[in-house]
Design a protein around this ligand. Structure first.
Ligand SMILES: CC(C)(COP(=O)(O)OP(=O)(O)OC[C@H]1O[C@@H](n2cnc3c(N)ncnc32)[C@H](O)[C@@H]1OP(=O)(O)O)[C@@H](O)C(=O)NCCC(=O)NCCS
Length: 381
């Protein structure tokens, strides 16, 4: 007998107010602080989006953006003790486990009173945004048994990351595409990792504790981990001819297709459309179109299967991103850490917003267990 109404998985539940982002899941629209994602992807840069998310408004002019970028990039180096910790991690660890652990350590050199001022925490968020690419690149190179490549101040956020990861400065085209991917992943309302970060932040635990919890939530295959799984799926299918039997088999076993479906979107994810366009451009340029063809065929098969059923399962942002990153020369194990390099801005924006008028998150559970059971002391059982 239900004591209160409740919704499993909190689907559709409005848990708080926020000005940062909104999604129209039926129309397939996404806005950061009121600006449509398509426009931001076309006309903005990840640095400008970071400013927007951390300040709640766009930079007033080029000078303000340039000084923000200069400040942020000056924080790319990570503390020496954090470097030593990365070097001590087992090489076989998944980089998301390493990232979560290392973020938790980053507050250790901070004074106890972390939630002192909004400005203090905004500076910490800027530093985390600057350091995430370095952390992810160092974790990767440690796993590969390679020397760390120190950050360069003369490169953009996107180019510097790819340089630290692979040792090569990317072409202008790849730099731009990667920057757009960072814009697209920066923020997405109360997704699982952001909500996890807000829950931790609402206890007034510090920014590092909140962000490391968010990284842990992003790791899961139902959330950020889906892009890695989507690429594994494409690889295991192998050719477009095998897409139909693979789809039939997967559906008959009631298995999920990674990179499809969404809790909020009931149409194609607007970010997926933008990533697909970039994938198409790069795939044709490189003459490597098999992945794209497999993905397109799977999307078509899903559309046909659901026609007239009222069910809506469409490609989400993770469907195409893994194939695009692969063409950029990035290993699949780094896809979710790259998501984190971008989403650190959204997580921080939410935690700062919450702290401007904090209330502890503490929902109730629908209790379905028993009560008043007789307790037998252990020796009498
Ligand atoms: C994202 C996700 C967890 C949202 O799901 P949700 O709102 O909880 O919806 P459910 O998992 O309850 O699915 C509802 C129905 O759609 C089906 N469905 C949802 N996503 C599916 C997918 N990717 N492939 C096949 N079927 C899917 C479910 O099997 C279920 O069918 P049923 O009603 O016959 O049982 C889910 O779509 C999913 O697991 N997708 C794959 C992982 C992924 O891409 N995650 C990244 C999200 S950005």
């Amino acid at each position: 007998m239900a004591e209160v109404n409740y919704v499993r998985g909190l689907a559709g539940v409005v848990a708080d107010e926020s000005r940062i982002c909104t999604i129209d899941g039926v129309k397939g629209e996404l806005y950061y602080y009121g600006y449509p994602i398509q426009v931001l992807a076309e006309k903005s840069s990840f640095m400008e989006i970071s400013f927007l998310l951390l300040n709640g408004k766009l930079p007033a002019n080029r000078q303000e953006l340039a000084s923000f970028e200069k400040e942020l990039s000056s924080h790319r180096e990570i503390p020496g003790f954090v470097e030593s910790i990365i070097k001590a991690f087992p090489k076989e660890a998944h980089p998301m486990s390493s990232l979560q652990a290392v973020v938790a350590t980053m507050g250790m050199q901070e004074p106890e009173s972390l939630n002192d001022t909004l400005e203090g925490n905004r500076t910490r968020a800027i530093r985390l945004t600057a350091m995430f690419p370095t952390l992810v690149a160092y974790i990767h190179r440690h796993r590969m048994g390679q020397e760390f490549i120190r950050p360069r101040q003369d490169l953009s956020h996107a180019a510097n990351f790819l340089y630290m990861l692979n040792g090569q400065v990317p072409s202008a085209q790849i730099e731009k595409m990667f920057d757009i991917c960072l814009i697209l992943h920066a923020e997405h309302t109360f997704n699982a990792s952001t909500f996890a970060g807000r829950v931790i932040g609402s206890t007034l635990a510090n920014l590092y504790a909140s962000v490391s919890g968010a990284v842990g939530a992003l790791f899961g295959p139902l959330h950020g981990g889906a892009n890695e799984m989507a690429l594994e799926m494409v690889k295991s299918i192998g050719s477009v001819e095998k897409a139909d039997p693979w789809f039939a088999d997967t559906v008959s076993k009631k298995k999920k297709i990674m990179g499809m479906g969404h809790r909020v979107y009931k149409t194609i994810d607007p970010r997926a459309k933008i990533i697909r366009r970039m994938l198409e451009e790069l795939a044709h340029q490189k003459g490597e179109t098999t992945g794209l063809k497999i993905l397109d065929r799977l999307a078509e098969l899903m559309r046909k299967k659901l026609e007239g059923t009222g069910k809506e399962i469409w490609p989400n942002v993770d469907f195409y991103s893994g194939s695009l990153y692969t063409l950029m020369g990035i290993d699949s194990i780094n896809f979710t850490p790259i998501f984190a390099i971008s989403r650190i801005t959204g997580w921080s924006a939410h935690i700062l917003e919450l702290w401007s008028d904090n209330r502890l998150y503490r929902p109730k559970a629908q209790y379905v267990g028993e009560k008043d059971l007789p307790f037998l002391p252990i020796d009498a059982r």
